[in-house]
Ligand binder design. Sequence first.
Ligand SMILES: Cc1ncc(COP(=O)(O)O)c(C=O)c1O
Length: 385
Amino acid sequence: MQWLPAFLLLAQLNQKPKGQVPSARQASCGYMKLKVDLIPLRQRKQKPTDPLKLEFGTTFTDHMFTMSYREGMWNDPRIGPFQPLSLNPAAMCLHYGQGVFEGMKAYRRKGKVYLFRPRDNILRLNSSAKRIVMPEVDIDFTLDCLKDLIRIERDWIPEVSGTSLYIRPTMIATEPKLGVRASLEYLFYIILSPVGPYFREGFNPVKLLVSEKYVRAVRGGIGFSKTVGNYAASLLAGKEAADQGYSQVLWLDALDRQYIEETSTMNVFVKFRDELATSPLDGTILPGITRDSVLRISRDWGLKVSERRVSIHELLKGIEAGTVQEVFGAGTAAIIAPIGELSYQGTAYVINGGKTGDLTRRLYDEILGIQCGERQDSHGWVLSV
Ligand SMILES: Cc1ncc(COP(=O)(O)O)c(C=O)c1O
């Protein structure tokens, strides 16, 4: 890696190192070449002193990646200063909800930086984009650009256990036009945020309110995609749950209001005595990358794993009878979150005495260990940057 000393030297001289790409192989894709415009070191922001105290998603690094789409092509890929976007008030994302995003993390441990299944996130971004008639990105090129951005912002990645760099790739419709149709212009960008634990509770059990009044997604809709509308649909229920002291909502299926689906940021698993069950991917829940990792690791461990519908009544009866031993959420932000209590129709159901279960803890340790390069990565999920 010859670039680093030259790049640092230039920055220290307070010159703007334009057009340099800090990677061994310059990120390029056919007609496109990544341009880099870095902020001089002196003008960079102060890094957080205690990353464990950071409020999730409120601190951003110095640089961002952007790329724009018009006339049927992606253009102008660049890494430049993190700064506000300039949008026409008629930009179609502001009116018709054409916006998709992703969430992934980079970990830094013992001086090394790791990404976890980043290709799967880009694939899912493309699947979300396709569902609402947005253009797909080139997977290899996007991954190369992301790696370059991570290398540039490497010093922002906290190293303490329980911390990471949250990565938010986002695509929005930018064509200024009123009238319902797909936009012809888009902006794709990636921003980075150093983070500590997602939940105030840390790795302690969270409480969920089972939503009877509101639904998140229906079959045939956009529930499986990471489009902005899904999150808007969850906000009121989330606020009402928070007002009652619950961390999140547990969604039921929209048709029968019977079957558990997921929360607004996590897929949900139920550990029965002899089975680990989670909702099937039938179009209404997000195909979580953590969910898939849990399924594959649990199968490796010889557990009986089912992707099947679990009704709220089966769940609650099982909690009362003690046949439901653990319930946990799985998602990038929290990784694995023990669920200690569910509230349904005004009654609270405490799971496993409100304590974190053994399988929940074992899965958390295993996935985090793999993500941080500390445990064997037998599936080839980890990418060293
Ligand atoms: C609605 C929803 N379900 C599940 C997940 C978990 O997905 P992943 O494990 O890919 O982060 C997320 C987080 O992205 C989410 O927003």
